[in-house]
Design a protein around this ligand. Structure first.
Ligand code: ARG
Ligand code: ZN
Length: 270
C-alpha cells in the first residue's frame, strides 16, 4: 500500500477518518509531563507506592522507545516524565494521593476537583476504572472542545498499574501503555474488523498493522489470521496479555506524533 509522503491527504493528518503517516512526523524527541492521581478507598484498596508509580513511567518510556525485551516496534521518540513542579510551581513527586470511596469507584467527576491543568500535564488517575482495565473518555480527534479540559484524562485500573512483576496477566504496566496510545490518538487494531478498501481510512486507520476481525486475548504462540494475514497480537493496541504486547508500528508512531502537533500542541515539550 502506498501513500503520498509529505503531501497531506487531509488536514489534519490524524483525524477521526484518516491517517497520513508522513515521515514529516518523525521529528525530535518530545517529552510529556505526567501527574498521577492515586485514588484509594477507605478500606485501603488502591494504595500505590511512589516506587510503583515511577515503575509505570519507566514502562511507558521502554514501550514508547521499543527498548523492552523482544520488541520489534519502533522508537516513537515520545517520552514521559513525572511532574517535578505542581501547577503552583512548588516541587512535587508527580503523584498525589486521594482517599474517596466514590472516586475510587470512578464516580463523582473527580477530575473537576483534582485535575492539574490538562493542557500542560497528562493527568493519569488510578482507581477501579469502572471495572475495566482502563480507558480514556474520548479520542483526541473526536474530542472537540473536551481536549485540555478537566475531563481529558487517562484512567488506569489500580491493580494493573505499574510494573509489579508478580506474574499476573496485566502486571507489566502495559495496560497504561495501551491507554496512553488512545490518549495520543490510536484506535484498536481490531477497530472496524477486517475493514476494506483503504487501510488509511478504514479499520484502525493504519496500514502497517494487519487488520483483524476481533480482539485477541492471552498470549498466542501463533497469531490467527482472521483477515487473511497474521493478526497483530503483539501490538499494544490489541488485547493480548502484557507479556505479549511489545509493538507500536512506524505508522502508529507517526499518528501519535501528528496527534500531539494537531490536537495536543502544548502537552509535549522538546
Ligand atoms: N479495555 C480497555 C481499553 O480498551 C483496556 C485494554 C487493556 N488491554 C490489555 N491487554 N492490557 O482501553
Ligand atoms: Zn483500548
Amino acid at each position: 500500500v502506498s501513500y503520498v509522503d509529505d503531501s497531506p491527504i487531509d488536514s489534519p493528518d490524524c483525524d477521526s477518518g484518516n491517517t497520513n503517516p508522513s515521515a514529516q512526523y518523525d521529528g525530535p524527541l518530545v517529552q510529556i509531563t505526567v501527574v498521577v492521581h492515586v485514588i484509594q478507598n477507605t478500606s485501603g484498596q488502591g494504595v500505590l507506592s511512589d516506587a510503583l508509580v515511577r515503575s509505570q513511567i519507566d514502562v511507558l518510556n521502554e514501550d514508547f522507545s521499543a527498548t523492552n525485551v523482544n520488541s520489534i516496534g519502533v522508537d516513537t521518540r515520545i517520552r514521559f516524565a513525572l511532574a517535578t513542579l505542581d501547577p503552583q510551581g512548588n516541587p512535587t513527586t508527580g503523584s498525589v494521593r486521594h482517599t474517596n470511596d466514590t472516586w475510587f469507584n470512578d464516580g463523582g467527576s473527580y477530575w473537576n476537583t483534582i485535575a492539574w491543568g490538562p493542557t500542560r500535564y497528562m493527568n493519569v488517575y488510578t482507581n477501579t476504572a469502572g471495572g475495566s482495565l482502563g480507558y480514556v473518555p474520548f479520542l483526541p480527534a473526536s474530542g472537540g472542545g473536551s481536549i485540555g479540559t478537566n475531563r481529558d484524562r487517562v484512567v488506569c485500573a489500580w491493580d494493573s498499574f505499574g510494573r509489579t512483576g508478580t506474574g499476573g496477566r496485566f502486571s507489566l504496566g502495559r495496560t497504561c501503555t495501551h491507554e496512553v496510545g488512545h490518549y495520543l490518538g490510536l484506535l484498536h487494531t481490531f477497530s472496524g474488523g477486517c475493514g476494506g478498501g483503504n487501510c488509511f481510512t478504514s479499520g484502525d486507520l493504519i496500514c502497517d498493522t494487519n487488520a483483524e476481525s476481533s480482539p485477541n486475548f492471552g498470549c498466542q504462540s501463533t497469531p490467527p489470521s482472521s483477515c487473511g494475514s497474521p493478526d497483530p497480537i503483539d501490538n499494544y493496541m490489541d488485547y493480548s496479555d502484557d507479556v505479549c504486547m511489545t509493538v507500536f508500528t512506524q505508522q502508529q508512531s507517526r499518528r501519535m506524533r501528528c496527534t500531539l502537533q494537531s490536537f495536543r500542541p502544548t502537552i509535549a515539550q522538546p
